[in-house]
Design a protein. Structure first.
Lengths: 331, 331
DNA sequence: CTGAAAGCGCTAACAA
DNA sequence: TTGTTAGCGCTTTCAG
């Protein structure tokens, strides 16, 4: 008897399998003494309910999948950590999928998992809206760092956050800024650009966009050179990785940061206060975002609390001032 | 018909369920034309095999769990990335568990998953040997950054790596080094210390150990102060996080790195070449380690290739020379 | 409160 | 080559 089943427990305890089942799933509906006896026998035999058998019947797997667009970006660690914590707290299993920035991989992996998980948390999904809707029709979905009408989502408040960025730069005397855009299919990239432009318009400063760039350190070189051609005094990079690459390239070219050019990033990743100069960046409670997303998902998957209008959580962002931004150079 | 089953396909296609089953699992054993017909019908209906039903019967879940002792350490993300890639390549699902440095959580989570995954990859497990053996008796296990007789494992070559560290320091004139130890229940911590001490003995220099320390940036302060009391000219920290904290604390105290004290870390995490001074550290092909561990595990879980003696992969480590080490100060 | 029995979706003998 | 049938381990009516 390699792994004991409910039958073994029932036989040893001298009860029916249904009683054993009830002792575990609906403890209220069984006599206290028999329940204790059953549980004792089960413990002795080392019995553990088989989750697959359970899932087969109930259709609920106690499992959620988290799909991230690019696991090499340290930013996602925070999201993953929050998601893992929340899942564990409810005894849910977290499946991790790396889409490697490929919509194709993302879609295929989701379809592969559709019948084995209770729902999906998609971090910075690169899928087109139609695909998201189609997936949401099969299983509950919660978006992180992306919004779509009809789907629950958790995002940082970029309108307010980008406003903070622009106000900070304006207060330092900057009048021209350039946004180094992220991938074309990134919702955040459009979001950040439109929020930045709005804030810039409001405050009467000039904003332009160049790119798109793959948001990695290695792309920072090209991005920096591109930024320099615009003549802007402040560079807002799509994320911290790109910003770090930009700062490195500027140093290499002898352009001083922040004396000649200010640089701002997004995400406040671990490394951003270790690099030189340290990075001014828009941060936020990322672990909390991950946690909230899974919580929303568990809400949706539970039979009860599903049918309200999908909540859209907007979490406050906060600009972290560090060494990469400073007063505009006198000319 | 929310989600079509094998019965629906069979009914529409006008064949028996077993034929549908065979069309998917053993395509060779069914007439080519019927198979195509079945597959066409299945595609039309949007049928997808239910993995739980399959697992219930076969006992194989196409799922592996990766347990990391502390997900906040960026080092593990390399391992996770490698593991995810390898799992995906074989259409395996990767379950991620964060043990939060707690053997208790680690054990409980593993037991919770024991009947839903095909095996475990344990990264830097904090469990005592007996527990590991007991788990391995239930499911295939592969260790990363840890070794145990009888279990397959993948580790960096710390004997050779620590030798490189000591040779590097000796060549710079250092004669006294101190190791800032990691957690007491960390196999790596003992490993690193014994390898360092052996190398130091061989090369005729003095090595001592202080600690243990929780290997986080925030613990670097206490660790640095502890190191200073020893009078050693070179500090070898348990990992890069601790090393970064040490460097920060030394800067704060006005101790120049590397002019007065040299600092070496382990892991070569993302931030270690961004901080100031950049960190000399023992790196290695971490993604490859993650990949290899899952590969070993898949090997073991496959019915065929399981019964050889458990392989112990030892992957070459490489010392990355950066700014935190230099010639010993003249006195 | 407890037991008997019918499936959940699929696969694997065993027949045909 | 294909169909029939008996389960995998568990939950859930339905009786008792």
């Amino acid at each position: 008897m390699p792994v004991p089943t409910i039958y073994d427990v029932a036989a040893v305890a001298g009860v029916a399998t249904s009683t054993v089942s009830r002792a575990f799933s609906t403890p209220g509906r069984v006599n206290a003494s028999t329940r204790e006896h059953v549980l004792a026998v089960a413990a002795e035999l080392g019995y553990r309910p088989n989750p697959h058998a359970r899932a087969l019947l109930s259709g609920r797997h106690h499992t959620v999948a988290m799909v991230v667009s690019d696991i090499t970006n340290p930013h996602y660690f925070e999201l993953i950590r929050g998601a893992e914590l929340r899942a564990k707290a409810s005894e849910y299993t977290l499946v991790l999928v790396n889409a490697e920035e490929s919509p194709r991989i993302e879609y295929d992996q989701i379809q592969r998992l559709v019948s084995s998980v209770d729902g999906f948390v998609l971090a910075a999904s690169r899928l087109p809206d139609e695909n998201l809707e189609q997936i949401a029709a099969q299983r509950p979905v919660v978006l992180m760092n992306r919004e779509l009408t009809g789907l629950p989502s958790v995002v940082l408040d970029h309108v307010q956050g980008c406003r903070q960025i622009v106000e900070h730069l304006v207060s330092l005397g900057h009048r021209r800024l350039v946004y180094l855009a992220g991938p074309r299919n990134s919702w955040m990239a459009s979001m950040r650009w439109s929020a930045l432009r709005t804030a810039a318009d409001d405050l009467g400063v000039d904003a332009q966009r160049v790119g798109p760039f793959t948001p990695k350190v290695t792309q920072g070189g090209a991005a920096a050179d591109s930024a320099l051609t615009t003549g802007a005094s402040a560079v807002v990079a799509h994320n911290d990785l790109l910003a770090i690459g930009v700062v490195q390239r500027l140093a290499q070219r002898g352009v001083r940061v922040p004396e000649e050019v200010s640089v701002v990033g997004f995400d406040d990743i671990f490394a951003s206060d270790l690099c030189t100069p340290s990075l001014t960046t828009l941060g936020g409670p990322h672990v909390e975002v991950g946690r909230a997303a899974v919580e929303l998902l568990l809400d949706r998957t539970s039979p009860s609390g599903s049918r309200r209008t999908p909540p859209r959580l907007v979490v406050p962002a906060g600009l972290v001032l560090r060494g990469s931004t400073g007063p505009v150079a006198p000319r």
